[in-house]
Structures are given as C-alpha cells and as structure tokens.
Design a binder for this molecule. Sequence first.
Ligand SMILES: NC(=O)c1ccc[n+]([C@@H]2O[C@H](COP(=O)([O-])OP(=O)(O)OC[C@H]3O[C@@H](n4cnc5c(N)ncnc54)[C@H](O)[C@@H]3O)[C@@H](O)[C@H]2O)c1
Length: 256
Amino acid sequence: MARTPDYFEGKTIAITGAGSGIGRSAAVIFAREGARVICADINEDGGRKTVEMVKEAGGDAFFVGTDVTEREAVRAMVRKGIERFGRIDFLLNSAGSALKRCGFLEIDDALWDLTYDLNVKGTFYGMQEILPHMLENDGGVIVNIASMSHKRGGPGTSVHYASAKGSVLTMTLGVAREFADRGIRCLSISPASVNTAFQEASGTSSEMAARLVERIPMKRNAEPDEIAELALFMCSDACQFMTADTVYVSGGGGFR
Ligand SMILES: NC(=O)c1ccc[n+]([C@@H]2O[C@H](COP(=O)([O-])OP(=O)(O)OC[C@H]3O[C@@H](n4cnc5c(N)ncnc54)[C@H](O)[C@@H]3O)[C@@H](O)[C@H]2O)c1
C-alpha cells in the first residue's frame, strides 16, 4: 500500500471502538503512516488484539479500557493518552452500534437511552474531553463515524439508531463551526453497510443484510479499510479546508 507524505510522523490519534471493525482498521492504517495510537474500547480482548496488530506492523500503541458512555472513563482515556504520548492530535469516535433491530413501536426506553448513550453521548464526551487539549495545542482534527442510515430514518428496523446518527452529524457541524477559526477541524463519515462485527452485534438478519446490499449499485458492502482510509485523509494536512461536513461512502447510493 502506498504511503501518503509524512503528515502523521510523531502525531497521535485516540480511537474509540478501536477493538474491532473500522476503529481497528484505522489504528493499523494511522500507525502505518507513523502515528501513535491510543486504542480505547470497552472490549479489552479486542482492544489488546488491535494493539498487538499495530505493534507487529512496527507501530506504537496502547490500550485503555474505556466505556464511552461514562464521562470519567473518557476523561481518563484522554489523560492517559497525553501522559503516554505528550499530546493528542486526532480523535476518531468510532464506538457505536444499532444494538437491536426493531420497528418504531417496539423501541422501548431502555433501547432508546442506550442507543443515545453510546452513539450520541459517547461522541459528545469524546469531543468535549479532548477539545480543551487540542485548543491548547492550537489544532486538532476530530472525525466522527455517523451512518448513512440518518438519510432514510431507519424505518422498520432502526429509527433509534438513525436518529442518533443524525445527532452525530449535527454535533459535528456545530463543533466544526464553533472552533473553525481556532485550528480545529471536525468531520463525519456516513458509511452504508460495512463488513464488520456491527451487523451481527446489531441483530441484522441475513434477509436484511441481503436487502441492504441489493440497494447498493456496487452490490457489495464497504470494507473497514475503505472507511479508515478516508478518516486518514480527513486528518491529513492535504485536507485543510474541509470541516463540518459528512462524507458518504456508499458504493453509489442505496439510501439516497
Ligand atoms: N458496520 C456498519 O455497517 C456501519 C455502517 C454505518 C456506520 N457504522 C458505525 O461505524 C462505527 C464503527 O462500527 P463498526 O462497524 O466498526 O462495528 P464493530 O462492532 O466492529 O466495532 C464497534 C466497536 O465499538 C466498541 N464499543 C461498543 N460499545 C462501547 C462502549 N460503550 N465504549 C467503548 N467502546 C464500545 C465495541 O467493543 C467494538 O469494538 C459505529 O459508530 C457504527 O455505528 C457502522
């Protein structure tokens, strides 16, 4: 794989949800470019495995057990990252899940709250805990993983999740615009289906998975590397005029 110029040498990224899927791909890809990686995840085995993969490839990373729904845990993750690497230049908020598929009338309070705690509060805490440090450093880039589902609203399967990801987009826009003249960029990525543990963890049936692929003109899901490479570009100095927006990675549509 070709390398980009040295945008990432000596820089540090904190990644939530680094123990699997897009977060893990991003850990390996940022390390390939010379960045040091803080691997945050609630799943210790997954997070430690990612650290191993980074180290095997010659990179530097460490694991911090982090439940992103807990502010104190996110605060501690940022503190430990700064203690270990001196500074944090980038944050990728990848921890997230639809948790369960069901019709709108079946969404109970517990599912609603958990979905918002994980996808919305988790992203909110990450940004709020890291921004003071980035502002002190006169710069930083935050990339939030949203979802293409916010375009459709998740009818029949995931209004709770689609609306939470809509909130991720809106928070990204607000943070980007509030801090745009202080060296901070903030972007989101809205993928269609990606081949990760996400679908199984969210209870996606094989019929629904087939239906999702059928709607995509390229007739396949994304691979996690295809999302992580975009996060890399977004964080690079090649992308300095881009902030606030979401970028769809969709194989040509499906939800539009
Ligand atoms: N896979 C898809 O089809 C798809 C599509 C669109 C958007 N997304 C979004 O992409 C992001 C990454 O998902 P993925 O596909 O890599 O899924 P994944 O299940 O492979 O990875 C998610 C990671 O988040 C971690 N996590 C879950 N709850 C956590 C918590 N409370 N605190 C910290 N970590 C926690 C999990 O342990 C896991 O390692 C999510 O925000 C997801 O909503 C995924």
